[in-house]
Ligand binder design. Sequence first.
Ligand SMILES: [Zn+2]
Length: 448
Amino acid sequence: MKARGVLTLLVVSALCAQDKPRTETIGARVARIVAGASKTEVERTVRDLCAFGTRHVLSRNDSEAEGTGAARRYVEARFASLVELSGGRLKVETQQGRVQVAREGMPNEVDVVNVMATLPGTTDASRVYVIGGHYDSRNSDGADGKRAAPGANDDASGTAVALEACRLLCAETFAATIMFCAFDGEEQGLVGSKLCAETLAKTDVVIDGMIGCDIVGNTLGMDGARRDGVVRCFSYGQDGNDGQGRSLARALVHAAHAHSLTPKVQLVFRGDRFGRGGDHRSFHEAGAPAVRLTEPREDYSRQHQDLVERDGKPYGDLPDFVDFAYVAGVARVVAATLCELAAAPRMPVVRTASASRTAYDTEIEFALPPDAADCEFVWRATTAPDWEGVVASKDARMRGDERGRRRALLPGLALDELVVGVRSIGADGAKSRVAIPPDPDRMMRRAR
Ligand SMILES: [Zn+2]
């Protein structure tokens, strides 16, 4: 995919699209959309992908029955089958590149092909949300492109979520653009997602959120306990617990909670599982808010394993071990989050916050995007993982000036031990990510 192609697509769609007046609330809309999530659909995707034997980057490209070429063409055909449902708006394309690999036993360079489907936004098309899983797989030998590597849970499950989210959302219109991706080369050092993230970073699009779904299908832990009520959400925090990734992670918690979805989203304040990585890291490194969803307890006898039996115990990543109802649940959480964020206005820009010197109040100075119908303020203790309280705009003493700058006084909130933020609300009630004031220590260092 050429960078200019994306831009042309986004600009043209923004000019052509007619934004119909919408009376449906975001709550009703999300409920209607997620009700369509299908266990049968995700099961079909996982089983079909596993049937190609292996999807390793070095596997066959010249067959329609086995190997990475067949798998990629299958994913492309599945996305293409949704174009009609989208009213012709969904743009399906492949993105090819020859990329460097630093893995033992692997050639120095490999060809990767990402498959993506883009649903252009109507009024704010340069704001983009990305959802992706990786369709490549591996067995015990990371450089083997011949022997079986079904990769059911890792990561046909994440690819199935991307496809299902696309099926659920593609008939809808949203202010912002959503890209549904199946990445290649994750098992070779995240090379496919890196190609995608770096290509997007060279365009004018702003990635407001990337959700990586990787290993989202096993609910039976190695301890024999079944855990299907939560999905872990890992986020990077190089700017502390209020970094952009954390803001996106909290938006997922909000969506799952506000729309009463299962699994619930469990915040993990670490970029990924200890010492490990995934495609969301490529987007994080390109400067985008990025998170990873993964099941609560992984079974390591499945991942990156040859299909063998040892002491009567089966090894290998087979579809029969995947909990398809859970995968459909993850697709619901993802679709709800993307629907809410892509329907909402952009998040506000916060200039500053200050503590009142006459009472225990906080004043916050910010600007809202023109399409915001309302806003709300949130707060939490500095040590609390997620927002603890909400102040509606009617309860904040608000004033604005002719240049669009607004000030709000939040009574009773003592800023010294709190984090405060504000989010935009659209006419349908959809809420943006939360914007927070710049870090005061950094502002002071800059001023010196
Ligand atoms: Zn994976």
